[in-house]
Design a protein around this ligand. Structure first.
Ligand SMILES: [Zn+2]
Length: 130
C-alpha cells in the first residue's frame, strides 16, 4: 500500500518545537541564585500584583523555578515534585560567576580552590560571554 499522507504536511509549523523551547525558557539559575533568592526580592516575587497576562494572575509563583502556577494546589504539589527538588539541589551549588568564567578561560588564579562545575549546560551558555 502506498503512502496515504503527503510528507511535510505541517510545513508551516516546522519550527513549532523551537518556539516552544524559547517560550518556556525561564530565568537562568545564577540569576535566581544571586537575585531572586535574596529575602527581600523573594518576598516581592511571592506577593506579586495581579497580572492578567501571567498564568494564575501571577498569584502562585515558585521563586526557585521562576515559574507561575494556576492555582495554589498546583503550586503546593509542585513544591513536592521531583522537578522542584532537583531545582533546589541545583541552586544549592555555587552560582556561575564572572570569576569562575575567568578561571575557565585560563585567566586569574586557577588551582586555588578546585571546584566541581555545577552543570554543563550553564558552562556552554556562558562560554560565549566569557
Ligand atoms: Zn519550584
Amino acid at each position: 500500500m502506498g503512502r496515504l499522507r503527503r510528507s511535510r504536511a505541517h510545513h508551516a509549523r516546522r519550527d513549532v518545537q523551537r518556539g516552544a523551547r524559547t517560550r518556556v525558557r525561564t530565568r537562568d539559575l545564577d540569576m535566581i541564585q544571586l537575585i531572586d533568592l535574596d529575602p527581600k526580592n523573594r518576598a516581592a516575587l511571592e506577593a506579586q500584583a495581579i497580572d492578567y497576562e501571567k498564568p494564575g494572575l501571577a498569584q502562585h509563583y515558585c521563586v526557585e523555578c521562576a515559574k507561575y502556577f494556576e492555582t495554589d494546589a498546583a503550586l503546593q504539589s509542585h513544591w513536592r515534585s521531583k522537578v522542584h527538588k532537583r531545582r533546589l539541589k541545583q541552586l544549592r551549588e555555587p552560582a556561575y560567576t564572572i570569576e569562575e568564567s575567568e578561571r575557565a578561560a585560563g585567566l586569574g588564579r586557577e588551582n586555588r580552590r578546585p571546584q566541581t562545575v555545577s552543570s554543563t549546560t550553564m558552562e556552554t551558555d556562558m562560554m560565549g560571554t566569557a
